[in-house]
Design a protein around this ligand. Structure first.
Ligand code: ADP
Ligand code: 5GP
Length: 188
């Protein structure tokens, strides 16, 4: 069996990272999802401990002070971070770990773990991205605008990733992502 790997899946908010992640066969890929900490408010569909650990700014800061994050970053006025212990425990158990994170955190992971596999999910067009953010109905207009502004800067960093996958059709894109993970983790 090959060494367990960190798989970084990045891309602008609304491109479909969560959608693609949910379509992956985690067991077949020997993969677990990292559950991030965030200071943002939960959305109706969020489940504490499953989609995120929702924490106060003080709790988040305390974990930074205790060196408890593999990476963390600010994104549109909130903080997001990958807890270190959970990732280390899973890797010690031989599991590949999927981090669905934004570009600044991804950069930190790529620097700390050069063997990590990095995948950037690209929207077919900015108009598609805008429609997806609106269609998700999870943010108000101001937050959508903030996310679209962030998206442009995020897209500028896509060449820093080993793989770029266009999320045109979700099934097609999920198959492509699964093949990348398979080929990078099976030791072939
Ligand atoms: P992210 O996790 O990157 O923020 P989501 O997975 O929440 O994005 O997707 C944002 C919206 O776009 C959701 O409503 C989702 O159903 C939709 N979506 C995802 N992938 C596609 C696709 N390939 N084609 C059309 N709509 C999509
Ligand atoms: P959302 O608020 O839509 O759940 O997430 C906003 C952005 O933060 C998304 O791009 C998401 O991938 C990213 N994100 C989620 N968890 C983490 C994390 O632990 N670290 C970093 N750096 N980004 C994260």
């Amino acid at each position: 069996m090959s060494e367990p790997k960190i798989i970084v899946l990045s891309g602008p908010s609304g491109v479909g990272k969560g959608t693609i992640r949910k379509m992956l066969d985690l067991d077949a890929l020997n993969l677990v999802n990292s559950v991030s900490w965030t200071t943002r408010d939960p959305r109706p569909e969020d489940i504490e401990g499953v989609t995120y650990h929702f924490v106060s700014q003080d709790e988040f800061q305390k974990n930074i002070d205790e060196d408890g994050f593999v990476e963390y970053a600010g994104y549109t006025n909130n903080a997001y971070g990958t807890p270190k212990k959970q990732l280390e425990d899973w890797m010690a158990q031989g599991k590949n770990v999927l981090l669905e994170i934004e570009v600044n955190g991804a950069k930190q992971v790529m620097e700390k773990y050069p063997e990590a596999v990095s995948i950037f999910l690209v929207p077919p067009t900015m108009e598609d991205l805008r429609k997806r953010l609106i269609g998700r109905k999870s943010e108000d207009e101001a937050k959508i605008q903030a996310r679209l502004a962030a998206a442009q800067k995020e897209l500028d960093q896509k060449d820093n990733y080993q793989y770029q996958v266009v999320n045109d059709d979700a099934n097609r894109a999920a198959t492509e992502v699964a093949k990348i993970i398979q080929s990078c983790t099976s030791g072939k």
